[in-house]
Design a protein around this ligand. Structure first.
Ligand code: RAM
Length: 349
């Protein structure tokens, strides 16, 4: 779907796909920490007022992705801002979209809490000339110009299923602790995980999918409830950075530590202590900072008219190199990466 043409990104993508090699770690660590800028350019008459609207504020994942967006926007002389709700709901995002449209921003970079509920506010924004980039969690494609995807849904689902089934010896009961019930990204991953489980893991039973709403306390409480409701539970998969950290915190001080396996999508900084104390063996993610950086450059390319969302459109995203718009107006960052005790200290996000 996406074709990277920069040598460095090719190296990162290829290395990540083979796992945890030293080269991969070095490259990813460099990409994570690089503050390098491709040089500034004047915005001229282009509307480079670009606002990030994450699912929620106070989520370390979006703090990191939006930091990448801010760096990118600074590098091309635009104006970065971030707004967002305290809770990860679509309703709360609508009012921000309406306000940003009234303010005449050039682009909104959005992680959507629902695939359709933002539709009418996004349609109004687009009619007013605002470019809409979804990143991390998409809307229905008709409501946005381009989606910047962190990794393919298939790749993310596979790494999750492979990890949990390996951890429980491919037999027994598992549950999923997700984010918000309508989150486009988690729901796409969970659908594919269910298919993979049904087709390839006949002895693994998915007891339940529960929703912590990307809220720490709710996720913590849902973890406790899962363990109580399903006494034979052998594993939990939490494909949300908020959920997996809250579940790990619960397990780490409970009698289930080391007995009930946990994996999911997490940030190294939030998961480090749980990997070190043996609560968690491994988890996956991509580089959120690069995701935000790429999303910001995608917004710029739309504002510039370099891309419109047509398949085959190409643009350059600063230090990340050249990207090509793929099917359904999607730009792909790369592959998920697995973190474990051997590599986690190389990362700081
Ligand atoms: C949470 C959010 C985000 C997701 C990550 C993995 O921070 O739900 O959308 O991509 O987890």
């Amino acid at each position: 779907m996406l074709l990277h043409s920069s040598t460095r990104r090719k190296g990162v993508t290829r290395a990540l796909s083979i796992g945890v090699g030293v080269v991969a770690i070095a490259l990813l660590a460099t990409a994570c920490s690089s503050g390098g800028s491709p040089g500034t350019s004047s915005s001229g008459d282009k509307n480079y007022k670009i606002t990030f609207l994450p699912k929620n504020l106070g989520n370390a994942y979006f703090d990191t992705s939006d930091k990448g967006g801010a760096a990118a926007i600074k590098s091309f002389g635009g104006t970065y801002s971030e707004v967002g709700p305290a809770t990860a709901t679509a309703d709360a995002q609508v009012s921000y979209i309406n306000t940003l449209t009234q303010q005449g921003v050039g682009a909104i970079v959005l992680s959507a809490n629902d695939p359709t509920a933002l539709g009418s506010s996004l349609t109004q924004a687009k009619s007013a000339g605002v470019k809409i980039v979804t990143f991390d969690s998409d809307t229905d494609p008709k409501y946005r110009d381009v989606f910047v995807n962190q990794a393919t849904a298939e790749g993310i689902a596979k790494v999750e299923v492979d990890s949990i089934t390996k951890l429980i010896g491919d037999t027994g009961e598992i549950a999923i602790l997700s984010a918000a019930a309508n989150a486009t990204n988690q729901n796409a991953w969970i659908d594919l995980m269910k298919k993979d489980l049904a087709a390839n893991h006949p002895n693994v039973k998915l007891d339940a999918v529960v929703y912590g709403n990307d809220d720490d306390q709710t996720s913590f409480d849902k973890t406790a409830a899962l363990l109580q409701t399903y006494p034979n539970l052998k594993g939990i998969v939490s494909p949300t950075t908020v959920g997996v950290a809250a579940a790990a915190r619960y397990l780490s001080t409970s009698a289930f530590k080391g007995k009930v396996q946990l994996t999911g999508l997490g940030t190294p900084n939030q998961m480090r202590s749980y990997v070190k104390d043996g609560t968690v063996t491994g988890f996956a993610l991509w580089n959120p900072e690069d995701l935000g950086y790429l999303a910001a450059f995608t917004a710029k390319a739309l504002v510039d008219g370099t891309i419109t969302g047509k398949t085959g459109d190409t643009f350059t995203a600063g230090k990340l190199g050249k990207f090509t718009v793929g099917d359904k107006a999607t730009v792909l960052l790369g592959d998920p990466f697995v973190f474990n005790k051997d590599n986690i200290d190389k990362f700081n996000f």
